[in-house]
Design a protein around this ligand. Structure first.
Ligand code: FES
Length: 173
């Protein structure tokens, strides 16, 4: 009896903690989301002209968190060809744009500005600033969603020329 009561209380506590975590994430998303964006019929149009280098912002597309990270000139200069191949270029500026879910079991990794990389708190996985997995257990890079660059904006959910080029080059595999 005592056992099942404890089990029940554990479930209640877990549910309350879960609701709290969602509330916290929502509050964090709100404060991390300074970029103007428009959502319509499966597309999210993000104006990246106000993005600051090395400051990650989280957008939302089809219910998924989308990481938008403008790289600094130093980051671009020192990165590998594989990393550059994943960059989304908007008016000559390099961005990481990817679905912000760890490819291990789907947690949301945190961006570490000082190290310029991502750490997943669930099982310790790491990704570089291009979303490429650098420390297991994540088995693959974070996924780049379909995108189309139009002027200062990036339309998420639309396959533009740059996205198709990444696809043809095997970058998205
Ligand atoms: S879910 Fe990210 S390391 Fe396991």
């Amino acid at each position: 009896m005592e056992q099942s009561r404890r089990g029940f209380m554990g479930k209640v506590f877990g549910a309350v903690a879960g609701v709290g975590a969602v509330g916290t994430l929502y509050a964090m998303k709100k404060s991390w989301d300074p970029l103007p964006s428009v959502k319509a019929a499966g597309f999210t149009t993000v104006d990246v002209s106000a993005a600051e280098p090395n400051k990650m912002v989280i957008e939302k597309w089809r219910g998924k968190p989308i990481f938008v990270l403008k790289k600094t000139a130093e980051m671009v200069a020192k990165q590998s060809a594989d990393e550059t191949a994943r960059d989304v270029i908007v008016n000559g500026e390099h961005f990481l744009i990817c679905i912000g879910l760890c490819t291990h079991l789907g947690c949301i990794p945190a961006y570490r500005e000082a190290k310029q990389d991502f750490k997943c708190a669930c099982h310790g996985g790491e990704f570089d600033a291009s979303g490429i997995n650098t420390l297991p257990p994540p088995p693959s890079p974070m996924v780049i969603p379909p995108f189309n660059v139009k002027g200062n904006t990036v339309v998420l959910g639309e396959e533009g020329e740059a996205y198709r080029k990444m696809k043809d080059a095997g970058v998205l595999a």
